[in-house]
Design a protein around this ligand. Structure first.
Ligand SMILES: C[S@@+](CC[C@H](N)C(=O)[O-])C[C@H]1O[C@@H](n2cnc3c(N)ncnc32)[C@H](O)[C@@H]1O
Length: 199
């Protein structure tokens, strides 16, 4: 019998719980990494919109394998106990003057990953506009503070200007594309923009 959306959600949520991750979103990054090899041991990583912390923990454990550094930032606290030794966490708005200057100080980065999402209002045009705004700010940060040959992952809600952002990414990266990991909920309108090998 075909699995329902709810079965699929339960599968990833249960798997995350069993493997010690605070959110099922970890499997989106796992798929992105498997297809694009964006992070390697020793890298310096910036994780924007990191809470509750599954991308951060997965990056520490499985991608940099305890070697390298992760700067994680979110409006909310990480739900990781303990916070891994490679991680520096800043709580606040990643694009405020104060937090941004801390992120810049710790850079430049080999890879920037952003799963940042606005608090959704249920109004598609407001939600996508807010997501577009976050995605643009992450791209601007990457333009200035990602190393040459660096990689970028940005979440954006479909309809939120992703074609325009992708067009800009194609001028900055050797390759830029969109992907929707299988671990995304089927009713979610999020996609990810991937930039590989910054020129
Ligand atoms: C889907 S969650 C991220 C999940 C995370 N990748 C994980 O695996 O645990 C999106 C996050 O983006 C954060 N966020 C949204 N706008 C932000 C901003 N301006 N600065 C920092 N974090 C932000 C939210 O607080 C939220 O925790």
């Amino acid at each position: 019998m075909a699995k329902t959306r709810r079965d699929k959600a339960d599968f990833y949520t249960k798997k995350a719980h069993k493997e010690g991750y605070p959110a099922r979103s970890v499997y989106k990054l796992e798929e992105i990494q498997a297809a694009n090899n964006i992070i390697k041991p020793g890298d310096s990583i910036l994780d924007v919109g990191a809470a509750p912390g599954s991308w951060t923990l997965y990056t520490h454990r499985e991608l940099i394998k305890g070697k390298g550094t992760i700067v994680a930032v979110d409006l909310n606290p990480l739900n990781l106990n303990p916070i891994p030794p490679t991680v520096t966490f800043y709580q606040g708005d990643a694009f405020s003057k104060e937090i941004r200057s801390k992120l810049v100080e710790k850079g430049p980065y080999d890879t920037i990953i952003s799963d940042a999402a606005p608090m959704t209002m249920g109004n598609r045009s407001v939600d996508t506009a807010r997501s577009e705004n976050l995605a643009e700010q992450v791209l601007y940060l990457a333009t200035e503070h990602l190393k040459q040959h660096g990689n970028l992952v940005i979440k954006i809600f479909q309809g939120g200007g992703q074609q325009e952002i992708l067009k800009q990414m194609r001028t900055i990266f050797t390759k830029a594309k969109t992907t929707k990991p299988k671990a995304c909920r089927s009713d979610s309108f999020e996609i990810f923009l991937i930039g590989l090998d910054k020129k």
